[in-house]
Design a protein around this ligand. Sequence first.
Ligand SMILES: C[C@@](O)(CCO)CC(=O)[O-]
Length: 309
Amino acid sequence: MQTQGIASAKFILCGEHSVVYGEPAISFPFKQARIITTLKEIEGSEHQLISDFYTGTLSQAPEKLTAVKALIPHILKRYQCHSVLEITIDSSVPVGRGLGSSAVVATSITRAMLAFLKRPVISSNVLPFVNFSEDIAHGNPSGVDAITVVNEQAVWFEKEKGLQSLSLNLTLPIVVADTGIPSETRASVAAVRDLYQKNNIEVSACISQLGEISREIGKEITTHGDLHTVGDLFNQAHQLLRKLSVSSPEIENLITCALDNQALGAKLTGGGRGGCVIVLCKDKQHAQKMATQLSAAGAIKTWISMIGE
Ligand SMILES: C[C@@](O)(CCO)CC(=O)[O-]
């Protein structure tokens, strides 16, 4: 018997980093990039992993796959299953680009495994396993990536309160552009924590302002708000994230290109220090032109996402 689990990427509209300190974040599923995990039982004594990144026994998988290595036996143990598995991971989600690749792989594996174990593949069963895997991958994540990927819906998230679904009343023409530089969420969260410990007053102020921006963006996008206002808020958020030391020359290069080409606003998304930027455009046509300009400026890949359409 063969089972499959599919999961899509996510991107954070606003609130990355400040969400770790209890402020709200808004994030969306990003269906253009996804992972399909296929499982089957095999003879032998060792689980086998097949992926673009690594193929071989699960126990010998490289350090970058530590969370996957832990997740598979954890789920089997939880359901007292002794099967030996072949796990094939087919991914179009770039790794370490702020698009939630670790939560996506954990979700697709968990879904495939629950189907294999004949358990209901529902969010309440999947989420605890994805959180288990994310804790290993990122240390102490806020949980926004896991909840967005598992629930596959627009999310308003606060660490203490969890998820609230968002109903959009404004279409956001967004270009997601990949700098091509890996973004290490664990390292960027640690860098912000370090700054926070050294300069508590200034960093606390940045974090509260980022929280306020998320609240204002939340209001705009759920009440037929104004795209220009959302764009201004993107720019303000990016300046604050820059102050928190999570931008990079490659991110700044794409942001400059976007603003030079009449973007309404542009910011990094996810952990930063590499990864992707999101650019708010006037309409779909503008987004198409913008994608071409960002590619010419060095983005290794771009996607157009008409959020809320
Ligand atoms: C940078 C961060 O805010 C988002 C990473 O996608 C980390 C987290 O929320 O755990």
